[in-house]
Design a binder for this molecule. Sequence first.
Ligand code: SER
Length: 591
Amino acid sequence: MDSKTLRKKFLDFFEKNDHVIIPSASLVPSEEEQLAGKEKVLFTSAGMQQLIPYLMGKPHPKGNKLADVQKCVRTDDIEQVGDATHHTFFEMLGNWSLGDYWKDKAIELSFKFLTEELKIPIEKLAISVFAGDEDAPKDEESANKWKSLGILGKRIAYLGKEANWWPTNSSSFGPCGPDTEMFIWTGEGSAPEEFDPKDPKWIEVWNDVFMEFNRKSDGTLEELPQKNVDTGMGLERMLAVINGKDNDYETDLSSSIIEKICEELRVSYEQYKQPIRIISDHIKASVFLIKDDVISSNKMQGYVLRRLLRRAATKAFQINKEFGRKPFKSLVKSVTDIYPMYFDEMSVESIEREVSIEIGKFRKTLEKGLREVEKIEKIDGKIAFDLYQTFGFPYEVTEELFRQKGQEIDKEQFKAEFEKHQQLSRTASSGMFKGGLENHSEVVIKYHTATHLLHQALRDILGPQVFQKGSNITAERLRFDFSFDRKLTDSETRQVEELVNQKIKDDLKVDHMIIPLDEAKKMNAIGLFDEKYADKVSIYGIGPQPRGRYYSLEFCGGPHVEHTGVIGKIAIFKEEAVSFGIRRIYANIAL
Ligand code: SER
C-alpha cells in the first residue's frame, strides 16, 4: 500500500463514521497556539496541538468529531534520527472526539480501522493500557473493551505514565490523560502468545488518548469540562509496518529522496545508510519548515532550521568532499514531488532559493571548520561555542565529530556560552524594534510601514473586528496575521490592496511619538503593545489629518519610512487560513 492510499483510507473511514476532515495546521503554531498549552512550543508536534482550545471546552466550528493528517516536527529525538524509526518530520493521522464519544467508541473505531480497513489479523495485535496511579485509576474500562473485541488478556499490558499517559512528559501543562496504545507484531512467524512491550518486534502504531484532565500551572489536575478523545498514528511507521519493512525510510515517503541523495553524492545507500537517512530526514523537515515561512536564523524556529540544514551539509561533505550547493537544491524537488498536495511551483522555487543560499553560506566555512576540528586536542563547551560562532557549526555537528574521536562535550557549558552571547546581542540591539523584522534594511523598513497601512486598510474594508495577530517581514515579502472568521473574497482583497496603494500614492507623512499610555489609548492607537514601557509608549502615526487624527496609528517601536510614497506599489499574492478565526496575508512590493 502506498502513502496516498493509507491517508485516503484513514480519512474516508472517519468521514464515513461522521467525522469532519480538517486541514493540517502550519508547522509553526500561531502565537496564540504557542502559548495555549501554557508552555511555549516552537513546532506543531502532534495533531492535537491546533485543537487545544477546543479540548478545553471552546466549541469547534466544524463540530465535535474531527479527523486530519497533520504535518509534525519533533526535534527532541534528533540524535536518534537515522535509525529505523526516528524522524524530525512526520505526518500524524488523527481523529478526535471533543466531548462526544468516549473510550468505548474510540477503541471500536481504532479496532475496526486496523482489522477491517487495513486487514491486520487480530493475532498480530497487542495493547497497552494505563496501570493506574494517584492521578487516575487502572484503566479496566479500556482493557475490557479490547477484550470484548477479541483481544486476549495475555496480549494486554498495564503500564505506567511513562508509556500510557499523554503528553509523554507527564508534568506538561494543559489537556492530558491516560492512553491506550496499539502494537503490531513485525517478527517472523506467528506472534508470541504473551505481549512483551520490551520486545522491539512489537511496533507501536497508534495511540488513543483519553483527555479528561487539565494539568494546571501549579501541577495539580482538574477535570476538563468535557471528556475528549485524541488519537495519533504515525503515517511513516504504519506504512512501513503494513508493507513489511523493518524501517521507515524504505517507503514511498523517503525512497526517492534517498535515491536522489545517492545519485548526487555518487555513493550507494548500503555504504552510508545512517548518514544518508539523516540527510533525507533533515532536508525533508527543512523543506516543510521553509514552506511554513521559517527562515534560517540564530533564534527560535529559524535556528532549528539552520541546524538541520548544516547537519545535513556536514554529513554530505563527509561522504563526498566535492559536494556544493547544487545537490541540495535538487534534493528540494525530490521532497516536494512526494507531497504534491502541500507544494505548488512557486513555493518550490522559493524553497530551493532559501536552501541554496543557506547551504552556500555554510559551505564556505565548513571545510576550514573541519580542519580546525582536526587540530583541537580536547573539546569543551566553550570551544564548541567558538566553533559555532566562527564556522557556524551547530552543537550536534560538533558533538558528533568529537564523539567519533571518543570525546564528550559539556552541553551545559555550551548553552551557557550561547545564552551569554544572545544576551549581549540583545543588549546591543535594545531600543530597536524587534517584533518580526528580519533586519533593518531599507526594503524591510518599507514593508514595515506597508504593514501598518495594510492593517488599517483591512479594518476599513472588513470592519473593526480585524486585529493584528502576528507579523513577519523579510526582504522579499510581508506576512500579516489578523483576526477574521472567513476567507476574503477576491473583491475584498483587491479593495484592500487598492486602498493601501492609494495611501502610498498620497505620500503621507509618518510621525513618531513617545507619549503617555493613556494619551495613546485616547487617540485610539491600535496594534500589539507587549513592550514593557515604564509609562510612555512609542506610537507611529501615518498621514496627519485635521484635528490630529491619523489614517493609521499604532503602538510600535519602528523603524519606518518618512513618507509613504517611497514604498512603491504593493501586491497581495496570497490569502489563507492560519487557524480558525485567523487569516494570513502575504504581500510584496512590485519592482
Ligand atoms: N497526542 C497523542 C500523540 O501525539 C495522540 O494523538 O501521540
